[in-house]
Design a protein around this ligand. Structure first.
Ligand SMILES: Nc1ncnc2c1ncn2[C@@H]1O[C@H](COP(=O)(O)OP(=O)(O)OP(=O)(O)O)[C@@H](O)[C@H]1O
Ligand SMILES: O=c1[nH]c(=O)c2[nH+]cn([C@@H]3O[C@H](COP(=O)(O)O)[C@@H](O)[C@H]3O)c2[nH]1
Ligand SMILES: NC(=O)CC[C@H](N)C(=O)O
Ligand SMILES: [Mg+2]
Length: 519
């Protein structure tokens, strides 16, 4: 059995929104990979010793002044290279081909048409000479460089896949990494396994071993404070770190007054029962609510909540000797959506409290063993670690909690109403068997009043919106088609049982253009 660490794929990032998805797909093929900025030096690339290199897409045009380029020697390493979109355009230009603005830009679905013999990377990719793919480009390769052959085109673009089989260089104009390219995973599997020769041993078990070794190396004999929410990510992080350093770990669970109904007690009980880790509960409702009083702006609310979390973690760490690390269950979508992606130039959509909200003055160092992973990978690790099903498959709940589900100013009165409505909604989703089919569901409090009539009397009360989404990675999501009969029953129960609500609406927006949370 070869060493899993000798099988590494290097991904160079040119700023595509999808770069992390490439990493994900490679890991789905059970091959270890790392993502680095496009300008990684050739010495660093040599030292990394990749079995293959993938060049990502990117927003720039290769012919533009100052467009990102790679170390020239990269193509002389004798390592297979796959260029995706911008990556293919860069490869074409490097070898003397021509890239020009396309007369017809392509965004979204396209039908790829095979040209000549497919070759090893595209073996089985086409059915009757065609394959559906996802495109996102405004430039295209007009003339292929010498030594390369065209493998596919579309109706709009003459060159959509190229190869130089002898040099093991491949380029695709489409995005194999997105779900909308149905055979994309197969193509990336073929690249990393057959072309690069990786055997695919990077499994949850190995990821755990590797993470444990890294945690031990990083932390040494220091103590670690972990922000525990009871959600999937921090629970998995806690289990992993506990396995690595045992008693050196102390978890801090903050009741910020923005939790769901009975959540605080449930989290404490679950952890006492299943985990055998030390958990300190800090009751801080009063502190959070008074800091939030009068604040309506979502970003300010997020910053205030994030700041208070850190203050509390620091206060708790001061009570312990040698506590030098703050561990969090931060995962990749938290990072990229806060524009903190290690290499990219992504936009700031919202500051997730555990990323954008961290102050520069924080003294604790961060320990985030799940930072590069997607939710479903974290869940696979949770299952491998033996965490209970209900914990691993729980819908995510954001750290700012009801603070971003009460639109505008947060008040205890609103939180109490929302907690009851949300509990009914979730209870009904469990009862009707929808909960496990939905990726995330919750109620949102709208601080607007509308007129109703109940028991012959006029009411003038608040509105609750119900949201349920289906998604794999929480980067994109569709709304869940809850049957009308279930909607009717849930709406009825909420309006009848929750005082202060006389209207319920169902959110039918996908992400994008909406986000999952309302703030
Ligand atoms: N109430 C809380 N007390 C302590 N730490 C928290 C709390 N809420 C969130 N955190 C910290 O912030 C991190 C990010 O929160 P987030 O909600 O994304 O993750 P999670 O709660 O672990 O998992 P999930 O996404 O499944 O809810 C958590 O992993 C945890 O470290
Ligand atoms: O820990 C968190 N801290 C936050 O500040 C935060 N904001 C959103 N979320 C969760 O992230 C996922 C994507 O949410 P959005 O589509 O609303 O950006 C969804 O699962 C959201 O619930 C958060 N999680
Ligand atoms: N998605 C991409 O990599 C796009 C590459 C280049 N900016 C183009 O428009 O063609
Ligand atoms: Mg959470």
């Amino acid at each position: 059995m070869s060493d899993i660490h000798s099988e590494k794929i290097l991904i160079l990032d040119f700023g595509s929104q999808y770069t992390q998805l490439i990493a994900r797909r490679v890991r789905e093929a059970h091959v270890y990979c790392e993502l680095h900025p496009f300008d990684l030096g050739i010495d660093a690339i040599r030292a990394f010793a990749p079995k293959g290199i993938i060049l990502s897409g990117g927003p720039k045009s290769v012919y533009e002044e100052g467009a990102p380029v790679i170390a020239e020697e990269l193509f002389e390493l004798g390592v297979p290279v796959l260029g995706i979109c911008y990556g293919m355009q860069l490869m074409s230009r490097h070898f003397g081909g021509a890239v020009v603005p396309a007369g017809k830009r392509e965004f979204g679905h396209a039908e790829l048409l095979a040209q000549g013999q497919p070759g090893p990377l595209f073996d089985g990719f086409f059915m009757e000479g065609k394959s559906p793919v996802w495109m996102s480009h405004g430039d295209h390769v007009e003339a292929v460089p010498a030594g390369f052959e065209v493998v596919a085109r579309t109706g709009n673009a003459p060159v959509c896949a190229i190869q130089n089989v002898a040099l093991r260089l491949y380029g695709v104009q489409f995005h194999p990494e997105v779900n909308h390219t149905p055979h994309g995973q197969q193509l990336l599997d073929t690249f990393v396994r057959d072309i690069c020769g990786c055997s695919g041993q990077w499994t949850p078990g190995h990821i755990i071993d590797d993470a444990i070794a890294r945690i031990r190396r990083q932390v040494g004999s220091d103590r670690v404070i972990l922000g525990l929410s009871g959600g999937v990510d921090s629970s998995v992080a806690a289990a992993l770190i506990h396995r690595a350093i045992g008693e050196q770990l102390t978890c801090v669970f903050v009741d910020n007054g923005l939790l769901r109904l009975n959540e605080g007690d449930q989290v404490m009980a679950t952890f006492a029962r299943n985990m055998g880790v030390k958990v300190i509960r800090v009751d801080a409702e009063e502190r959070f609510l008074s800091a939030l009083a009068g604040v309506a702006d979502p970003e300010r609310k997020r910053k205030i909540i994030g700041g208070l979390f850190v203050d509390i973690f620091e206060e708790e760490s001061n009570k312990l000797t040698d506590a030098k690390w703050l561990a969090q269950g931060t995962i990749y979508p938290d990072v990229i959506e806060s524009a903190g992606a290690k290499t990219g130039k992504a936009h700031n959509i919202k500051s997730h409290h555990n990323v954008g909200g961290l102050p520069d003055t924080m003294k604790l160092q961060l320990l985030e063993p799940l930072r590069e992973l997607f939710k479903d990978e974290v869940r696979a690790i949770g299952e491998e670690l033996g965490l209970p099903h209900a914990m691993v498959w729980r819908h995510p709940f954001p750290g700012p909690g009801l603070g971003v589900r009460i639109l505008g100013e947060v008040k205890k009165e609103y939180a109490d109403v929302l907690r009851l409505a949300d509990a009914i909604y979730i209870e009904e989703l469990y009862r009707t068997g929808h909960y496990d089919k939905i990726s995330q569901a919750f109620a949102v409090f709208l601080p607007v009043k509308s007129v109703g009539v109940m028991g012959d009397g006029r009411t003038y009360e608040y509105v609750v919106a119900l949201r349920a989404v289906e998604t794999k990675d929480f980067m994109t999501a569709g709304w869940y088609p809850l049957p009308y009969a279930d909607m009717a029953h849930i709406s009825n129960r909420i309006i009848n049982e929750v005082k202060g609500i006389n209207r319920v609406v169902y959110d039918i927006s996908s992400k994008p253009p909406a986000t999952i949370e309302w703030e």
